[in-house]
Design a protein around this ligand. Structure first.
Ligand code: SF4
Length: 175
């Protein structure tokens, strides 16, 4: 069973995706964005060790959909993929995932596919201070995209839509 380095778990948050969610902040990030909201999450050994059963118990108890954030969950991609599979198989909950990688980087990396296949919505790309926009829902800078993974995988040319037309949309404009 995999173990994880976890910075924090926020239970019942509303800022990391729609509805009440259990957000898990995983340690480790190599993107080092200027203006990062959470630079203490960058070291691989930040936070504390948690095993998968302990994480599953928190997620199961709350019963909320789940958000993986950090740090960058893809820094521990193999372990997080195993957790994501259990969330889907045992709890049938939705999964959002924040990453500093762009979609194009994720799909080009075979090591990332096991995690990607269990994610419903990916919020991609680094935080870019010059593009910071506090009016955006669920993201910090306008380069970041909220991508419906299943639809995007089925149709790579799927046209991303404007969030103003789809305030709760899972697919947002590609800008
Ligand atoms: S990807 Fe996220 S956690 Fe990593 S440096 Fe950028 S803003 Fe910070």
């Amino acid at each position: 069973m995999p173990t994880f380095r976890v910075i924090d778990i926020v239970e019942g948050t509303t800022v990391d995706g729609p509805g009440l969610r259990t957000s898990i902040y995983f340690a480790g990030c190599t993107h080092h964005c200027e203006g990062c909201h959470n630079p203490q999450s960058w070291p691989a050994n930040a936070g504390k060790d948690m095993d998968e059963d302990a994480l599953m118990e928190v997620i199961r108890y709350n019963g909320f959909d789940v958000t993986f954030t950090g740090g960058d969950p893809f820094f521990q991609a193999s372990a997080v993929a195993h957790l994501a599979a259990r969330i889907k198989q045992e709890l049938h909950l939705g999964i959002w995932c924040y990453t500093g990688y762009r979609w194009e980087d994720i799909i080009a990396n075979p090591n990332f596919q096991p995690l990607l296949q269990h994610i419903d919505v990916l919020v991609d790309g680094p935080f870019i201070l010059a593009l910071r926009d506090t009016s955006l829902r669920f993201r910090g800078s306008s380069n970041q995209r909220i991508i419906d993974v299943k639809r995007k995988i089925i149709n790579p040319n799927y046209e991303l839509r404007n969030p103003k037309d789809h305030p709760d949309a899972f697919v947002i404009r590609n800008s």
